[in-house]
Ligand binder design. Structure first.
Ligand code: PMP
Length: 414
């Protein structure tokens, strides 16, 4: 291997950081330390340039246009669909439906497949560690249909109790909707085992991939999930774009979600015929610019290499965990054996929000509160946690700054 090839293949966090302009800014007179990646990741220059290039050179409404700009915009938009298909290993591009994000993907399934298939007495199963966006749509559906929401319990370490899950399954279970990676605990759930067991009782499985797609290799065919939803903004892409993947027969049999332009074949006042997949579920002018730029984010991750990113992030997780454990009174919430790179914790005699404010004064961005998982916080009997979530551009030196910031905060508050 030549020297240049060696350099290109190694993971250089400082070279990566140079690609993220926001990491150079200061907050409260200190260089930004960004540890709120599970809420949204920062964007590399290539994504910012793609957005600006789209508006500067190609902007037009897509599909049906015969002029040059319309054709260019359509081609760029549809290229992202191909890239997303490859990224999650979907069998066909028609199974990639663009949404506003994970939340809209889950709601789309609840409002279409759910309304069509869930009847009184049916059971929908979710887990204790779900994000509100994977709770509320199913609650609304259960109320409307007189169906029952069942909850998979978790252990004190934040792992699903799989025996209980298997006991809860029955022919009444029509849907299992499960988070792949918990945004509050970092737990990686054994989705393949869940999907296999659910399929044996004839249930359909939806996977919330909001937190997993940035860290893990996703192969929806191998996983055999029926639906999978994720958001671009947690994957170094723009806000306002996401993907819903579904098995083709399910997507084809589902009623439409929103009505409007794009999702039709022919409209008369008597009757409308609907478009083919994926356009059947993409009513109206989509978020074209952000979808176009999303391709650059997916290419950035693929070029960098997920396994290298994962190795770096795991190192940060191990380092942060061992350092945090030295702080007296600090308790880590979420100690699953399989975890992605985030640490949630509470500290005796302190409130997470106060810790967050004191860290912000040092330029360190963490998230505090319930992280849109209130039932999970209730399970642990706490109002919230401090959550530091790490990304490919974070460093051990930044973790050292977090530890110093926490030590000082504890001295002030405790
Ligand atoms: N599920 C999980 C596990 C999440 O972390 C999030 C975002 N915090 C969502 C769903 C919702 O994603 P979005 O807000 O992008 O729709």
């Amino acid at each position: 291997m030549t020297e240049i090839a060696t350099i290109q293949n190694s993971f250089d966090v400082y070279a990566i950081r140079e690609q993220f302009p926001i990491l150079n800014r200061e907050v409260k007179g200190k260089r930004l330390v960004y540890f709120d990646n599970a809420a949204t990741s920062q964007k590399p220059q290539i994504v910012i340039d793609a957005l600006s290039n789209y508006y500067s050179n190609h902007n037009a409404n897509i599909h049906r246009g015969i002029h040059t700009l319309a054709e260019e915009a359509t081609a760029a938009f549809e290229k992202t669909r191909d890239t997303a298909q490859q990224f999650i290993h979907a069998a066909t591009r028609e199974q990639i439906i663009f949404t506003r994000g994970t939340t809209e993907g889950i709601n789309l399934v609840a409002y279409t497949w759910g309304r069509q298939n869930i009847k009184a007495g049916d059971e929908i199963m979710i887990s204790t560690m779900e994000h509100h966006s994977n709770i509320v749509p199913w609650q609304v559906l259960c109320e409307e249909k007189n169906a029952i929401l069942k909850i998979i319990p978790i252990s004190d370490d934040g792992e699903l109790l799989m025996d209980d899950f298997e006991r809860l399954l029955s022919p009444k279970t029509k849907l299992v909707s499960i988070v792949h990676v918990s945004n509050s605990l970092g737990t990686v759930n054994p989705v393949e085992r869940i999907i296999d067991a659910a399929h044996k009782v004839g249930a359909v499985v939806m996977v919330d991939g909001a937190q997993s797609t940035v860290h893990l290799d996703i192969d929806v065919q191998k996983m055999d999930c029926d639906f999978f939803a994720f958001s671009a903004h947690k994957l170094y892409g723009p806000t306002g774009v996401g993907v819903l993947y579904g098995k083709k027969d399910l997507l084809e049999s589902m009623p439409v979600f929103q009505g409007g332009g794009e999702m039709i074949k022919e409209v008369t006042f008597e009757k409308t015929t609907f478009n083919d997949l994926p356009y059947k579920f993409e009513a109206g002018t989509p978020n074209i610019a952000d979808t176009v730029a999303f391709k650059s984010a997916l290419d950035f991750v693929s070029r960098t290499g997920k396994s290298k990113i994962r190795a770096h992030e795991n190192e940060l997780l191990q380092y942060a965990t061992s350092q945090l454990e030295q702080i007296p009174g600090l308790k880590i919430i979420g100690k699953a054996k399989e975890k992605t790179s985030l640490v949630s914790f509470i500290i005796d005699k302190t409130h997470p929000q106060d810790i967050g404010i004191l860290l912000d004064n040092r330029g360190i961005a963490v998230r505090t509160g319930h992280h849109c998982t209130q039932p999970l916080m209730n399970r642990f009997g706490i109002p919230g946690t401090v959550r530091a979530s790490f990304s490919l551009y974070n460093t051990k030196e930044e973790i050292d700054e977090l530890i110093i910031g926490l030590q000082k905060a504890v001295k002030m508050l405790a």
